[in-house]
Design a protein around this ligand. Sequence first.
Ligand code: SF4
Ligand code: SF4
Length: 360
Amino acid sequence: MLYKDYGKTGKKISVIGFGGMRFEKSGDKYDFDKCAQIVRKANELGVNYFDTAPFYCDDQSEEIMGYSLKDMPGEFYVSTKSSELDGSKLRANLERSLKRLGLQKINFFHIWCIMSMDDYKKRMSKGGAYETALRAKEEGLIEHLVFSTHCNGDEIEQIVQEGCFEGITLGYNILNFPYRQKGLKAAYEHGLGVATMNPLSGGLIPQKADYFDFIRGTDDQSVVEAALRFNGSHKEITTVLAGMGSIEQVIENTRVGYKIKEFSEEKLSEIENRLSASMDALCTGCRYCEKCPQEIEISKHMIAYNQKILGDVHKGLDWLKWHWEMTTETASKCIDCGYCESKCTQHLPITQRLKEISSW
Ligand code: SF4
Ligand code: SF4
């Protein structure tokens, strides 16, 4: 496994990190022993960065992770997050995370999901999230204070220039790279460690493996391998967070960490020529937009819309009808309240897409 410096923290982190958002249920609940086998297998194969958060996997990911990491023999570092603006709420989140994870300190604690500069300012305000997290760091409850963001490149540049964080987690993958490089470069140039989330574009790359076959190099056994290798081979990226829900996925993902090789210029331009700006606007299925007052299941509609972006509107319709037993009429219930768009990590024009879907 290749290990890289996480910014200036002195930590050497495995190029493949464990994303704790894809544990799968056995029946209607999570089998903690089964999940622990997956986590421990990843550690055995060289992974030392384990990322979790409240809310992942029906809010059980931190507890699963805590159960799995207990007495795990290999070296490991844990990352978790809080999206609270208010200092006292963040403190409560941190204490709950420590308890669930069974740890004395969090190695990488994220000020989570900064959506805009306005949002950033709120996190940094007096008595707010950042100040409280910094105090917890002084107390030894946090080792490194980092952030995750869905801001654009210019905004990321402004944030990292202020020098308040040691690392960043951001969405970057082989389908959106031409549109996301600025923020990545700014973070690296300011000495931050960089974790990338969403390397498989919300699972779309393996789901549409035939469509995305053009990303594969001659040595890549699968599109998943190509996509992980792509992120891992960037000098700017320390670790690639891959969600792992089975031992097979652990084996497939970690294998990449042993044979990281850069993409040639020719291959990169071939890929770039096949991409369009609309691929930067694919829904990742993260579900941050849910809780619509009209009870529209937004992520399902946007995932169906992904099919249209990839050139197959009929398939989008099929997903809605046959996969989820929905009609396009549901989309017309939107009252334009704006809630979902304010939460969307991809800044998607959800209401406009719903209007379009309602006329399919
Ligand atoms: S804008 Fe429409 S879809 Fe979005 S939360 Fe409001 S009602 Fe629901
Ligand atoms: S619409 Fe946006 S917030 Fe909702 S699932 Fe898709 S990317 Fe995530």
